[in-house]
Ligand binder design. Structure first.
Ligand code: GTP
Ligand code: MG
Length: 358
């Protein structure tokens, strides 16, 4: 027997069965998914310093994050050109990256795992089954949205970049009456400009109107799709860099945007970003919010399911694992104490539906 398998068998059952909260990260190519996950850890660490809770990146994940944080900080070197160019056919990340963390109570040895899978933008089209399978196991899904493409020129470039229709169809093919309860977070990125201009409510309205079909599906008022009441959906904008804002799409001398056409899709060739002030620094804001929402959602689910004895989908596995580690209760009591740190209405935050679940 290979030594790896042998070691696997020797592991204590409790260790193997440690509960793991799973999160799917999805969104268009180059929208900033990997960057936001990086800043998330950076912010979360700071936020948890004030509590009895801790989050620790596992080996592997730690190295990836350290490299990525440096990339983000490098964007603040003065001579850097901060643009975002369409690279037809070339994806930034070609492989799925798994980020793994241990989350728990600092003074006691109580830990649960958090696993985030960061899917490259094109995966929804090229490897839909892999994404669907992971969504099925996930407690939460983060859908990253490129805000300048959503907002500028009255949303002319939104479909090309964010593929709202493709994503909506993808969700319709993925969630059904067999699915467990999930938290879906719509996360507008690169929205520093709109925060500075006090336009975050407008961003929220635009997300609502552009993603209306998706929101209607997820809410499923008449239970047409068998998911009514299962999904909580929140809008949680993030400012990954903090002090770099969208400036413009590059234009020719007549003021027309240079465009690139791929099939029916029409992209601006280059998005130009600028420092929001002299001496701008890397100051991620709200990156920890998706984790606050995730933890609150899972701890409320845990409370509710414990009482109701419901046993479907991922919840079944989850509850079974929790039974093996009853001291997890203490962890969730602590989580609920700090869930007031959740932003619920400022700077574009809102709960679309599923109020009681988050
Ligand atoms: N201006 C600005 N640039 C950003 C922001 N977040 C990421 N970027 C830059 O945008 C580019 C793409 O970011 P990634 O985080 O790699 O995007 P991704 O969504 O993971 O891309 P794929 O994995 O290729 O789908 C990188 O050059 C980042 O430095 C942001 O908030 N503002
Ligand atoms: Mg990526």
């Amino acid at each position: 027997m290979p030594i790896k398998d042998l070691l696997g068998k020797l592991k204590k059952p409790a260790e193997q069965e440690k509960p793991v909260m799973k999160v799917t990260m999805m969104g268009a190519r180059g929208v900033g998914k990997t960057s936001v996950l990086t800043s998330m850890y950076y912010n979360m660490n700071k936020a948890m310093n004030k509590t009895n809770l801790h989050i620790v990146a596992k080996e592997g994940t730690k190295q990836i994050l350290a490299g990525k944080v440096q990339n983000l900080k490098d964007m603040f070197f003065d001579d850097n050109d901060i643009t975002d160019e369409v690279q037809s056919g070339i994806a930034g990340d070609k492989t799925v990256t798994t980020f793994e963390f241990d989350f728990g109570l600092t003074l006691k040895d109580i830990n649960i795992g958090i696993e985030l899978k960061d899917f490259p933008g094109e995966y929804v089209l090229s490897e839909p089954d892999i994404v669907k399978e992971y969504i099925d196991e996930s407690n939460a899904i983060i859908l990253a949205i490129d805000t300048p493409h959503l907002m500028e020129y009255d949303g002319k470039y939104n479909e090309a970049k964010n593929r709202t229709k493709v994503i909506t169809e993808f969700f319709k093919e993925t969630l059904n009456s067999e699915s467990g309860e999930k938290l879906v977070m719509l996360v507008p990125l690169k929205c520093e400009k709109y925060l500075l201009e006090n336009r975050m409510d407008e961003v929220g309205e635009r997300v609502k109107s552009t993603y209306l079909e998706l929101l209607k599906f997820l809410r499923d008022r008449d239970n047409k799709y068998g998911i009514e009441g299962k999904i909580a959906c929140v809008l949680a904008p993030i400012f990954t860099l903090g002090e770099i804002k969208f400036d413009k799409f590059e234009c020719n001398e007549n003021g027309n945007v240079y465009e690139v056409k791929t099939g029916d899709l029409c992209f601006p060739q280059k998005a130009i970003y600028a420092y929001s002030k002299p001496g701008a620094e890397y100051k991620p804001k709200y990156c920890e919010q998706p984790l606050y929402y995730l933890l609150t959602f899972v701890s409320k689910q845990y409370d509710k399911l414990k009482k109701e004895n419901v046993n479907v989908g991922w919840v079944k596995k989850f509850i079974k694992m929790f039974r093996l580690t009853p001291e997890i209760n203490e962890l969730f009591v602590e989580v609920q104490k700090f869930s007031f740190e959740k932003n619920q209405s400022e700077d574009g935050y809102r709960i679309f539906f599923g109020q009681g679940k988050v």
